[in-house]
Ligand binder design. Sequence first.
Ligand code: AMP
Length: 399
Amino acid sequence: MKSLLIINAGSSSLKFAVFALPLTQDAPSIYRGQIDGIGANTQFVAKDIDGKTLLDTFIKSPEGTPLEAQQQLALDALLNWIESQNVQLAAVGHRVLHGGKEFCAPVQITPEVLAKLETFIPLGPLHQPHNLRPIRALAKKYPSLPQVACFDTAFHRTQPWEAQTYPIPRNFTDEGVIRWGFHGSSYDYIARQLEGVIGKEKAHGAVVIAHMGNGASIAATRGLKCVATTMGFTAAEGMMMGTRCGTIDPSIILYLVEKHGYNAAQISSFIYKESGLLGVSGGLSQDMRTLEASDAPEAKEALKLFYYRAAREIASLTAAAGGLDALVFTGGIGENSSAARKAVTDYFSWMGLKLDPELNKVRGKAHCIHAADSKIAVAVIPTNEEWMIAYHTTSLLSL
Ligand code: AMP
């Protein structure tokens, strides 16, 4: 069967989805899964279209195998398994963190494109090299297999100058210390669904889209184009997240260095791994479901802060977008937590925003959840980043 492979590769994980060709609107992937724990205990799980587990195994490698070799073993295991399913790959689409200023849309990989993407590694050292490694490996193994890169940053390149610029010395701005924005494939997908869910007029007005998952960001669109977003130079700015702190006073970092002797690795761990819901809940959990189910006061405080920070960001984006015609929730929390949607939208009741409590309980489909007399539309739209990458891959390659 002719198919398309979508890859989202990180340093210790490789997520994948396989779509049958021709691709239809919102077609489910025929296979999906992930290889986790690369570099430690590498586990490969693959599921079929119904979510049934087809494979759950560990990939063994000799003690001391370098990380890069283990990442290659993981990719080889995935390609071998796909071959064993009688899947014939027509192309591969990749989620890539950074497209810089050059790539504002998906692009077919050529040696020149790959070389350019490698120059963005200093802008995203935690992700970019790992996103590019499977592209390079596949190009070597199957030189005629077309590959496409879809960038997390691309959707946000329509932001005006003031939304992309930090108030810092210009030489840093010139070398790329700007507000890039991320979660681009998710926003791209949601923006394309807006007309169908909230109607053409509102869709083209001022819309704030809250992508609230373990990683969380919020973006504002006008005319379906991004005008502002909460993530900045990296995916650490803006919203409080599962384990990331989001926006904090930058001098807290100086304090950690001077008072606690923190080095770069400790600072990185503080920003990315120890903060957010996990940190505020006193280490209880980064998972919204666990916190919602907990009676611990720290869990309640973590939720309260999450809702408050989301509301503050939404208000800021409303100013940037020049209004608020619609508010859209997506991501694991945005799609599934009616409590989070209620708590966040309560902050906007003074603007005449009202939820319909029954509609707010409905799950699993794109729909409006505002009351009939609400002045602002509110919707839930399940995101579909893999399908979005598959769509761009087929469109670019005319598959
Ligand atoms: P994501 O990163 O988009 O997969 O989202 C993960 C987050 O969504 C985690 O914090 C989960 O706890 C949260 N989540 C998933 N399902 C639910 C649910 N039914 N209720 C509340 N939160 C949920």
